[in-house]
Write a protein that binds this ligand. Structure first.
Ligand code: MOS
Length: 723
């Protein structure tokens, strides 16, 4: 495997993006478009008693109102990924904000007014709005255990027994959730910003009882996804049904306030951690049980302990999870879904333990390295966490830190705190297919599995194609997220690069072989386009497919059917994980207690870095989000009504530019020798993991106060005496 670093390249999509030329799903112009608006339920649980649409129908421009009667009964037996009920309209209400009707009109204004005029009455039922509600149902997941955690904790020299809480939080990508459905000549085309075009194709077909063969889904560009766009949305089949009933294209762009109630979200979770170390500073045992809020039939697992299991070589482990089933929409994946809250809790507990032992928090982590996956004893494909920690410490200037809390001050009198934490995320991969076609006219087209949602996957693919082939970069077209060109797999879990970059490398290799066969020893100068022209060959195409280690042909079949085709992080011969170390400086103003974050150093081990520019951006974005998660974001619930109260960007507070200081990013950039032919692992999610812990550990170092509940706000520091 070559270890030459990839060179820095501009984003392939940069010029179009800054010109506003990038078309997102809701921008696709379709003649004769109708506009739609959903009507949300105002009760949290019960059944629609009456639904009056007459007033709404009388609004000029309203064309039709869809109600639960407009949907075929769901096919049985049928499972919809992580949905309590098939995502259509129903009379039974499972959560506040659930759609009860859809108004379709000639204009957006008419649709909006019509939606406001739909009148419903409900037979209500008592409901549980939070984990602490009397009607919440507790359900334990199967634990993971190895060694003897209780014995290890009993024998430990130093233990901590602490509880951390992470609040419910909602994704707020800039692009809203939108669906445009077009029904013409017996084909249904859906334009939707999604991470899983083929999943939409299959599931919408099943819900509407049509042949998936007549459904096409296109998601050319997505304006931020982060897990929110990983599933068929609540609205997708409803809009498709409206287009089919009306014979005209229908578009819905869901307002942000409704998205808070319709989309997945990060559930509230509480993490009880007992962690012990011996006199030599080795962590010997951990007992980690997390609980989370869950919907009545949701399937997002409470497996928070899975990440920390693999962070250090702890030999005695008990990890458990608990769901509290309540009346909410199903929670789901939001960037680093388990690892972010888990590493917030665990890496703060590690800091508490290090302080208890009088150890330096960086040295303590370095001393707890492992070469194997503690869960199963398999070798790790690569692990450079200790290099991340030591390089980060060096770049940050950690040696100048005085360990005593409250012992460092800035020139303006602010308390200075320096904190560190590690992060970990599984290296996952999916079955992937691609078609590469190079033409004599100068164009190249690479059509493949997976989606671009701003993370830079096109730029990473482009790096491999442009490094390996003499082709015209300006006429390179990379087509993603389109079921008409390749079966689409869910792009999530940081597996995009691991999956598609080695596939692109394979396509390059096959293309070079095909060209040399075609030229049969003849020599032509110039690009591949010019060589093809010289031999009067209009184009040359290669088709490739690639499986992850240990995957077989069944994975390709699942890929073709819009089902999950994912492998890892445990592969037959090894376990593969990505790692990161974050170093954070906070400053706490002594009078206001305002917390600022002037600088961060983050060093990641994601294997070989294919696209340096987008990789740096991924890490910066992850750190910014961790700042939001640690100090700003929480979705509030009023237990009297259910639903989410602060469902807009005024009251759901996210970081702004002025909140963010310098974020210095570095990579180990060592190829993973066994994961795949290019030596890449994932980066998108590990970027965020642990950064919240580093911030909260820094606040402890600044103030001496251990804060164990996110988000940390000024009011939590008001009682802290400042010398
Ligand atoms: Mo990500 S939360 O796996 O899309």
């Amino acid at each position: 495997m070559t270890t030459t670093p990839f060179k820095d390249r501009a984003r392939i999509d940069a010029v179009d993006k800054v010109r506003g030329a990038t078309a997102y799903a809701a921008d696709i112009p379709v003649p004769g478009m109708l506009y739609a608006m959903l009507v949300p339920s105002l009760v949290a649980k019960g059944r629609i008693a009456t639904l009056h649409v007459e007033d709404a129908v009388s609004v000029p421009g309203v064309v039709r109102i869809l109600t639960p009667d407009d949907f075929p009964p769901p096919p049985e037996p049928v499972r919809f990924p992580n949905a309590d009920a098939p995502p259509t309209l129903h009379r039974d209400i499972a959560f506040r904000g659930q759609p009860i009707a859809l108004v379709v009109a000639e204009t957006l204004e008419a649709a909006t007014e019509g939606a406001e005029r739909v009148a419903a009455t409900f037979e209500t039922q008592p409901f549980a709005a939070t984990k602490r509600s009397a009607l919440a149902v507790r359900e334990e997941a199967r634990p993971t255990a190895f060694g003897d955690a209780e014995a290890a904790l009993a024998q430990a020299t130093m233990t901590v027994d602490v509880e951390y809480e992470s609040p419910a939080q909602h994704h707020n990508p800039i692009e809203l959730i939108s669906t445009t459905a077009v029904w013409t000549d017996g084909r249904l085309t859906i334009y939707e910003g999604t991470q899983f075009a083929s999943g939409i194709k299959e599931v919408v077909a099943r819900i509407l009882r049509i042949d998936p063969g007549i459904v096409d889904v296109k998601s050319p560009s997505v304006g931020g996804a982060f897990g929110q766009k990983g599933w068929v949305q609540q609205q997708t089949a409803i809009i498709a049904r409206a287009a089919m009933l009306l014979g005209r294209p229908v578009k819905l762009v869901t307002p942000r306030g409704q998205i808070f109630h319709l989309a997945k979200f990060r559930p509230n979770s509480t993490h009880r951690i007992r962690l012990g170390a011996d006199a030599a500073g080795k962590m010997t045992g951990v007992h980690y049980v997390a609980d989370q809020q869950q919907s009545r039939r949701g399937t997002f697992p409470p497996d928070y302990h899975a990440g920390p299991t693999r962070l250090y070589g702890i030999r005695n482990y008990y990890g458990g999870g608990v769901d509290y089933r309540i009346d909410t929409q199903p929670p789901g994946h939001m960037r680093a879904p388990h690892e972010h809250p888990a590493c917030f809790a665990f890496e703060c507990a590690v800091d508490e333990l290090a302080y208890g032992l009088g150890a330096d928090p960086v040295d303590f982590r370095i001393a707890n390295d492992t070469r194997v996956d503690p869960q199963n004893g398999r070798p790790l494909s690569s692990r450079h966490l200790n290099e991340c920690l030591s390089r980060g410490a060096q770049r940050f200037g950690w040696s100048k830190r005085t360990p005593k809390p409250g012992s460092m001050r800035a020139a303006d009198g602010s308390l200075v705190g320096w904190g560190v934490a590690s992060g970990i995320y599984p290296a996952l991969v999916t079955a992937t297919v691609a078609t590469l076609r190079i033409s004599a006219d100068g164009t190249t087209r690479f059509a493949t599995t997976h989606h671009e949602f701003g993370q830079g996957i096109k730029t990473a693919i482009g790096a491999v194609l442009l490094d390996g082939l003499e082709i015209d970069a300006a006429k390179l077209d990379i087509v993603l997220g389109d079921t008409t060109v390749a079966p689409q797999q869910i792009t999530a879990g940081s597996w995009g690069t691991f999956s598609v970059v080695p596939t692109a490398a394979l396509a390059v290799e096959r293309m070079r072989a095909a060209i040399s066969e075609l030229l049969a020893g003849r020599q032509f100068s110039g690009t591949i386009h010019q060589q093809l022209a010289a031999i009067r060959r209009p184009f040359l195409t290669v088709d490739v497919s690639l499986l992850g280690p240990g995957q077989d042909a069944a994975a390709l079949e699942r890929l073709r059917r819009g089902q999950y085709a994912i492998a890892g992080p445990t592969f037959p011969e090894f376990t593969a994980m990505s790692y990161i170390a974050h170093f954070v400086e906070v400053q706490v103003e002594p009078t206001t207690r305002r917390i600022r974050m002037p600088r961060v150093v983050s060093v990641a081990d994601c294997g070989r870095v294919v696209s340096p520019r987008t990789a740096v951006s991924q890490v910066r974005g992850g750190v910014v989000w961790a700042f939001g998660a640690a100090l700003r974001e929480a979705t509030e619930v009023d237990p009297r009504f259910g639903g989410f109260l602060n469902n807009d960007l005024v009251d759901y507070v996210v970081p702004v530019n002025a909140d963010i200081g310098e974020i210095e990013v570095d990579f180990i950039n060592e190829p993973d020798p066994v994961a795949n032919s290019v030596g890449v692992k994932g980066l998108g999610e590990v970027a965020m993991v642990g950064a919240s812990a580093a911030i909260v550990n820094a606040i402890f170092h600044a103030t001496g106060k251990r804060l164990r509940k996110l988000p940390v706000r000024i009011e939590h520091l008001l009682q802290v005496p400042i010398p």
